[in-house]
Design a protein around this ligand. Structure first.
Ligand SMILES: C[S@@+](CC[C@H](N)C(=O)[O-])C[C@H]1O[C@@H](n2cnc3c(N)ncnc32)[C@H](O)[C@@H]1O
Length: 268
């Protein structure tokens, strides 16, 4: 995404008259957002993806997790985390409606490949390759799996990643009510070869960004909720600050076992 033009301030049609928006001229198009943060290889925009996507250019891959319209809310989330202390994520009101058909169409227009979580909630063409996240939830009312629709020409693939209460896999710190596990996002990226630029128009806590940072992929994210936007920026900064984030630390050498040639006894 190359910015060629000016940045100006104006009254905001999305956030009301009291707040300013920035306009960036990109060739013949004008991009409108409330804030832009560039952190390492990540460009993060605070704004509405439906108005930003038509102006943002092309990407190799959109990997995203839009609102499904299933009314995820404070009560549902608290009851799901019953094995862990419930966390206060504030009012969750963005999941009353699913991402619009226009947003889904834009995602498909501006990218070569798409991986869209909650694909079973949107109008999408038949696909040979759904990515299945098996949450190993045990028996309860919640979904056993989440499905990501893709336009990849390969077979269905599945990952097991437990994500329930205190028995979760991985050490992700939860900062968003519908946060995806980092390991699942990293696994998704492995299904698309030669990716250099990824967009997530529904950034949330920035899980997709962190997976891209780890894989050395340039990333652009859009989030319209200010609280989540700043939390994602913070998480992304912390990811870059981790010295051993990109390369696994070398394994500690195993103690050498010595054998007494006379007695056959071993000593570490
Ligand atoms: C399902 S959550 C994404 C969670 C994310 N995958 C994570 O791991 O944290 C969807 C996010 O999209 C944001 N959102 C909803 N409508 C949007 C829009 N029109 N433009 C940008 N962001 C939007 C919501 O505020 C919410 O944070």
């Amino acid at each position: 995404m190359e910015a060629k033009g000016v940045v100006s301030l104006d009254c905001c049609p999305i956030y009301g008259f009291s707040c300013v928006v920035k306009r960036e001229v990109l060739g013949a198009k004008v991009m409108t957002y409330k804030r832009k943060e560039v952190i390492g290889g990540c460009t993060l925009l605070l704004g509405d993806c439906e108005s930003i996507m038509p102006t943002i250019g092309q990407f190799d891959l959109v990997l995203t997790d839009p609102p499904y319209g299933i009314d995820e809310n404070d009560k549902k989330i608290a009851s799901r985390g019953k094995l862990a202390a419930p966390k206060d994520y504030g009012v969750v009101d963005w999941d009353k409606k699913p991402a619009s058909p226009e947003a889904i169409a834009l995602i498909r227009e501006i990218s070569q490949h798409q991986i869209i979580f909650g694909g079973n909630y949107f109008e999408l063409p038949p696909s040979s390759c759904w990515l299945v996240w098996d949450k190993q939830n045990g028996s309860n009312d919640f979904a056993d799996c989440e499905l990501a629709w893709t336009n990849l020409k390969k077979a269905v693939r599945r990952v097991h990643w437990r994500w329930n209460g205190m028995i979760r896999k991985g050490d992700d710190v939860r900062i968003h009510p519908t946060q995806k596990p980092l390991g699942v996002m990293e696994w998704c990226l492995t299904h698309v070869p030669n990716v250099t630029a990824v967009l997530d128009p529904y950034l949330g806590s920035g899980t997709c960004a962190v997976a891209c940072i780890k894989a050395g992929i340039e990333f652009t994210g859009i989030e319209k909720n200010e609280q989540y936007f700043y939390a994602a920026c913070d998480r992304i900064r912390k990811a870059y600050d981790q010295p051993d984030f990109f390369v696994s630390p070398p394994e500690k050498p195993k103690p050498i076992e010595q054998i007494d040639l006379l007695t056959g006894d071993t000593a570490a």
